[in-house]
Design a protein around this ligand. Structure first.
Ligand SMILES: Cc1ncc(COP(=O)(O)O)c(C=O)c1O
Length: 343
């Protein structure tokens, strides 16, 4: 093993910095189930304001934040429309159905390249015997779409379609920060388009834990009940909210550095024929290994032995993710190791 590991599996692997730990250690706390943790309240108000919404609710994970939002928008036996490759469909262990009684119908996998007309045609009006469509979920940035960004115009068109049909729009905005930094679209402009958003502080922003549901005051009051039902009521959790506040203040704008490193990484790997650097918009670099001499698990194992960690996603698809704990030397090392393995 090399002495220094370059961990490119995900932007969730970051460790809190000493300054973030100090903010956590000195946070004022209370019992958040009684809604009297001042640091949580402050973080919730700050995030709600960033997105131009009335309220926000702190949750322990992006999955729980998504599932709370979906339960707010879709009653049991109602239908959610989402992409076949969406996180809410692919990675949340059937929670929408198991926890919310929600029926999900998917459009084919297109990552961030949404076909608004196709989605519009899928909407089913209320009325027996069909399951009525109650919400549409989109993902920004799109994880399985290689960190791609749903275009602002596409989102506006989708909003118009949703409004005309009387269905709600949810954004799985785990990495909406990355879209904001990459495209320059203000967070509150994104906020206006969605009835609910879930956003994560632990993906790229460097907090150890924490996501929020963002929505209207009424919905957030209901979200509090759903969170408690799901076991997500936490006590002196200001310690974690302080990490989130710190992350928003100090680690949001610097995401541009991660995007630049991802681009440099992709450009360095382009001669291997596994990635097109022009498609890399944010901090994810997908590696298409269809024609490579190693498949994704074999490449991951061989690279790990040389101190570079990457994530196999499918048999012939792997990904590299830049973040706070990956510097220029780490990018150089990854290019060197992967070039040696794939040449
Ligand atoms: C797009 C997206 N949404 C939601 C989540 C879920 O977050 P968590 O792992 O905190 O449950 C993830 C996790 O990586 C994600 O990539």
């Amino acid at each position: 093993m090399a002495d220094r590991i370059v961990d490119l599996r995900s932007d969730t692997v970051t460790r809190p910095t000493p300054a973030m730990r100090m903010a956590m250690a000195t946070a004022e706390v209370g019992d958040d189930v009684f809604a009297d943790d001042p640091t949580v309240r402050a973080l919730e108000a700050e995030v709600a304001a960033l997105f131009g919404h009335e309220g926000a609710l702190f949750a322990p994970s992006g999955t729980m934040a998504n599932q709370i939002a979906l339960q707010l928008l879709v009653p049991p036996a109602g239908e959610l429309l989402a992409g076949a490759d969406a996180h809410v469909v692919t990675y949340e262990m059937g929670a929408a159905a198991a926890v919310g009684g929600i029926s999900t119908r998917t459009w084919p996998s297109v990552g961030a390249a949404l076909d608004v007309e196709q989605i519009a045609a899928m909407i089913r009006p209320a009325g027996f015997p069909s399951v009525p469509t109650r919400a549409i979920a989109v993902e920004q940035t799109h994880t399985l779409g290689g960190g791609s960004v749903v275009a602002w115009e596409t989102l506006r068109e989708l909003r118009a379609v949703a409004e005309a049909a009387g269905v709600a729009l949810h954004c799985d905005g785990a990495r909406i920060w990355h879209a904001h930094v990459a495209e320059g679209v203000p967070l509150n402009a994104y906020g206006q388009l969605f009835d609910t958003l879930s956003v994560c502080l632990s993906k790229g922003l460097g907090a150890p834990v924490g996501s929020l549901v963002v929505s209207s005051a009424d919905r957030i009051a209901q979200a509090r009940i759903i969170r408690k039902r799901m076991g997500g009521g936490m006590r002196q959790v200001g310690i974690l909210a302080a990490a989130g506040q710190y992350a928003l203040r100090h680690h949001l704008d610097r995401l541009a550095e991660d995007h630049a490193r991802a681009h440099r990484l992709a450009a360095g790997l382009e001669p291997l024929g596994v990635v097109d650097a022009t498609t890399v918009r944010t901090n994810l670099v997908p590696l298409d290994l269809t024609k490579a001499r190693l498949d994704a698990p074999s490449l991951a194992a061989a690279a790990a032995e040389r101190g570079v960690l990457l994530a196999p996603m499918l048999p012939r698809l792997a990904r590299l993710v830049t973040h706070l704990d990956v510097d220029d030397a780490g990018v150089d090392r990854a290019i060197e190791v992967l070039t040696a393995l794939l040449t």
